[in-house]
Design a protein around this ligand. Sequence first.
Ligand code: AHM
Ligand code: MG
Length: 329
Amino acid sequence: MNDALALPVGTTLDRFIMRKQEEFPYATGELSQLLRDMALAAKIVSREISRADQATMGSFGQQNVQGEEQQKLDLIANIRFVRALRNGGEVCAIVSEEEEDIIHTGNTNAKYIVAMDPLDGSSNIDVNIPVGTIFSIYRRLSEGGQNGTLEDCLQKGTQQAAAGYILYGASTMLVYTTGHGVNGFTYEPSLGEFFLSHPNMKIPSHGKQYSCNDANVSNFPLGIQNYLAFCREQKYSSRYIGSLVADFHRNLLKGGIYFYPASAKNKTGKLRLLYECNPLAFIAEQAGGQATDGIERILDKTPTALHERCPLVIGSSEMIEKVKKYMTL
Ligand code: AHM
Ligand code: MG
């Protein structure tokens, strides 16, 4: 069933979510409420980013669990999303890029788990370049009445109930899927609402843009290096923002491929399986694209740790097929 067929551009996100819920007679409304909670936090973070000043910009002076410099806005975004999910009451456990351990919300009877990167690409904030939030939603496996467990958090990407991202760019957009197509909503700050602007998003099966960090190319697997040589021969355009959400969003609309393979510096890749690769892989597939680590479909990978890293090749289907062929030569 497609989310958007019955609903015109301009429908508010709240109404869209409500109508979607009505299509499923047994839906309890909990996932709908959770999506609204994410949207609420997105509005607050969007406001914080758009008015970023000396008080909120720059480094916080500490590193996160992965040894990366934390920006003040990383922490602000983390606090805002965690608070919205805790207060919303539908989530029992959260995995966040900014915190080493599972965050237990105290909502022990809640049915859902969220994995998120509250502010992806945050090193770009100080130079006024788009950043994003990425999130993944799972149903818990454990019984209610207790905290969510590690097993609840380490589910395969195929188990996602929903996934989405928020792009804080020239405008703020929320794009999400519940496994029935992908829809995009644009935020109108003066009205405080997200409106359906991109119904039933489909990634072109082929594109002419590729996105990767060129400095790492000599350390990429040979198959990827050869594919890159092919892209250059074809005179495809190189487009790399360095904010995954922004690079992914552009490729989703225009067609293209993004890769962050393993390299000498990042031996298992840089991006995190739970809250970067899996949610975007779910969206890519729902939009008709693909996502692989070069060998295996991302959504089929079994996570073994909360902050596990994984190589990512994602985008237009025909381009990914070609990469897969190069990887086997
Ligand atoms: P972050 O979650 O710490 O922001 O790191 C992820 C970001 C992605 O948004 C981006 O595509 C990539 O790291 C850029 O990495 P690099 O600077 O190594 O090219
Ligand atoms: Mg990130």
